[in-house]
Design a binder for this molecule. Structure first.
Ligand code: NAD
Ligand code: UPG
Length: 442
C-alpha cells in the first residue's frame, strides 16, 4: 500500500520505517526541514536502537522517502497517518494545534479518497471533531475516513514494540476502513482489537494511566517499606508472582517521566473534568509522582545538610535508559533543586547529554566519562538505570571525597554494596553504611 506518515518524531519515524520494512511504500512528512534533510541523508535525528540500520535499508530498497511538502507527501497516499505531538497545555489538557493543522492540510491538499489514521494520543472525541474539520474544509470531492489507531510503543524499544506489540487497537465504525487497516498490519501478526472511535481513544489514556498508577502505588509501598524495615524489591517480586497483579511496572524509583505518562495522566484528569467527573485516584497518582521525583534530593539534604559548593555527581539524565529523550525526566527537577541549593552539578549520561544541554541549567558541567563525574564528588545520585552505570566497577566510588551514593533506581544489589566502604541509600530498601562502620572499627 502507499502510505504517508505525518510527523517524524519517536512515533512517526519508527512507524514509517517499520511499515516500509513490512513492504509498504512510505512517505514521511515533517515541517522541520532540517530534520527532513538529515533523514534524506540517512541520519536519524533521534536516538532509538536499531533505527538507523532499518531506515537506511528501506531507503536503499526504495520503500521510504522523506519530504517537508505536505501536498507532495499526500499525493499517492491510500492511508495517511497522523503522528505529530500533542503536548501539554498549561492547564494539563492536550494541545491539539499540530493535529488540527495536519487535518486542515489534508483537507486542503488531498486529491484522492483516503483513510486518515490518528496515531497521536488525542482526547476522547477528537477524531470525531477531526472528521468534521476535514469534511467542512475539503477542497476536492473526495471521501476521507478518520480512524483512531493509538500507539503503544515505548521509547528505547520502539522497533521491537512495533513488530511484537501485544495488540493493535483500531477505532472506527467504518467496516471497509477497518478491513483495509487489518490488511495493512497483517504481516505483523499482532492481534487486532477493533472497537468504536471513542473507546479506542480512551484505551490509550486508560492504559497509560493504569501503568502510571502501578508505578505510584509501588513507590508509596517503597516509602512505607523504608519506615517498617521491609524491602520493596522483595515485596514487588512476591506481588508479581500473582498473575492477577503481574510483575511489570512494579519497579520502585524516582517516579515516572517521559513525554507520555506525565502529560497523558494530566490530560485524562482534564477529560474527566470536562464531563464534571473528579478522577480522584489519578490525581493521587500524579501527586505521588511529584513527591517521588524529589525523593533523591531530599535524601541528599538529609544526609549531607548544606549543599553549598558541594560537588554532586548526577549519573543518568534521560527519563529512562536507551533513549536520548529527557522530556519530563526526573533529572530536570532534581538538577534544578541542586543548582538552586548552590551545589556544583557534574552530570554524566551516555546518550542524552546534547538534549540535556538544551534544557538543564547552564551551570551544569557534563563529564565525558562516568568516572570523571564521580571523582572527588561529595555525593553521587543515580537517576537513570543505564546498563553502563549498572555494570560499572563499584570501586570507582572510592574516588569520591565521601562515598555517599543515593540510588534512585535501585540498580545495585545490597549484597554487593555491603562489600564496599560506602554509604548507600536507595528507594524502599535498607540503608547501607559500611563506610562509617569500617572507619569506626579501624
Ligand atoms: N514518544 C512516545 O513514546 C509515544 C508513544 C505512543 C504515543 N505517543 C504519542 O504520539 C504523538 C507523537 O509523539 P512523539 O513523541 O513522536 O512526538 P515528537 O515531538 O517526537 O515528534 C513530533 C513531530 O511532528 C512534527 N510536526 C509537528 N507539526 C507538524 C505538521 N503540521 N506537519 C508535519 N510534521 C509536524 C514535529 O516537527 C516533530 O518532528 C503524541 O501524541 C504522543 O503522545 C508517543
Ligand atoms: O516499573 C516501572 C516502569 C517504568 N517506570 C518509569 O516510567 C516511565 C515510563 O517508562 P516506559 O513506560 O518504559 O516508557 P515510555 O516510552 O514513556 O512508554 C510509555 O508511554 C508511551 C507513550 O504513550 C506508551 O506508548 C507506552 O506503552 C508506555 O509504556 C519512565 O520514567 C520509567 O523510568 C518506573 O518508574 N517503574
Amino acid at each position: 500500500m502507499k502510505l504517508s506518515v505525518v510527523g517524524t518524531g519517536y512515533v512517526g519515524l519508527v512507524t514509517g520505517v517499520c511499515l516500509a520494512e513490512i513492504g509498504h511504500h512510505v512517505t514521511c512528512i515533517d515541517i522541520d526541514e532540517i530534520k527532513i534533510e538529515k533523514m534524506k541523508n540517512s541520519i536519524v535525528p533521534i536516538y532509538e536502537p536499531g533505527l538507523t540500520e532499518l531506515m537506511t535499508k528501506n531507503m536503499e530498497e526504495d520503500r521510504l522517502v522523506f519530504t517537508a511538502n505536505h501536498e507532495e507527501g499526500f499525493k499517492d497516499a491510500d492511508i495517511i497517518f497522523i503522528a505529530v505531538g500533542t503536548p501539554e497545555n498549561e492547564d494539563g489538557s492536550a494541545n491539539l494545534t499540530f493535529v488540527e493543522e495536519v487535518a486542515l492540510s489534508i483537507a486542503k491538499t488531498a486529491k484522492k479518497d483516503t483513510i486518515v489514521v490518528t496515531k497521536s494520543t488525542v482526547p476522547v472525541g477528537t477524531n470525531d471533531r477531526l472528521q468534521i474539520l476535514i469534511n467542512e474544509n475539503k477542497l476536492n470531492t473526495i471521501k476521507v475516513e478518520v480512524v483512531s489507531n493509538p500507539e503503544f510503543l515505548r521509547e528505547g524499544s520502539a522497533i521491537y514494540d512495533t513488530f511484537y506489540g501485544n495488540r493493535i487497537v483500531i477505532g472506527s465504525n467504518n467496516e471497509k476502513a477497518v478491513q483495509q487497516l487489518t490488511e495493512l498490519y497483517k504481516p505483523l501478526a499482532i492481534p487486532i482489537y477493533s472497537t468504536d472511535i471513542r473507546s479506542a481513544e480512551m484505551i490509550k489514556y486508560a492504559s497509560n494511566a493504569f501503568l502510571a498508577t502501578k508505578i505510584s502505588f509501588i513507590n508509596e509501598i517503597a516509602n512505607i517499606c523504608e519506615r517498617v524495615g521491609a524491602d520493596v524489591e522483595k515485596v514487588a517480586a512476591g506481588m508479581g508472582l500473582d498473575k492477577r497483579i503481574g510483575s511489570a511496572f512494579l519497579k520502585a524509583g524516582i517516579g515516572y517521566g517521559g513525554s507520555c505518562f506525565p502529560k497523558d495522566t494530566k490530560a485524562l484528569i482534564q477529560i474527566a473534568g470536562n464531563v464534571a467527573y473528579d478522577f480522584e485516584l489519578l490525581r493521587g497518582v500524579v501527586n505521588v509522582n511529584k513527591k517521588q521525583q524529589r525523593m533523591v534530593f531530599e535524601k541528599l539534604v538529609e544526609n549531607l545538610g548544606n549543599l553549598q559548593r558541594k560537588k554532586i555527581a548526577v549519573l543518568g539524565l534521560a527519563f529512562k535508559p536507551n533513549t536520548d529523550d529527557i522530556r519530563e525526566a526526573p533529572s530536570i527537577i532534581i538538577t534544578n533543586e541542586l543548582t538552586k541549593a548552590g551545589a556544583y552539578v557534574c552530570a554524566y549520561d551516555p546518550i542524552a547529554t546534547e538534549n540535556a544541554k538544551k534544557t538543564l541549567d547552564s551551570s551544569i558541567v557534563y563529564a565525558e566519562k562516568l568516572e570523571d563525574a564521580i571523582k572527588d564528588a561529595d555525593a553521587a545520585v543515580i537517576l537513570t538505570e543505564w546498563s553502563e552505570i549498572k555494570n560499572m566497577d563499584l570501586n570507582i566510588f572510592k574516588s569520591m571525597k565521601y562515598p555517599l551514593v543515593i540510588d534512585g533506581r535501585n540498580i545495585f544489589e545490597l549484597s554487593d554494596i555491603k562489600k564496599l566502604q560506602i554509604e548507600y541509600h536507595s528507594i524502599g530498601r535498607s540503608t547501607i553504611n559500611s563506610y562509617d562502620q569500617l572507619s569506626l572499627n579501624s
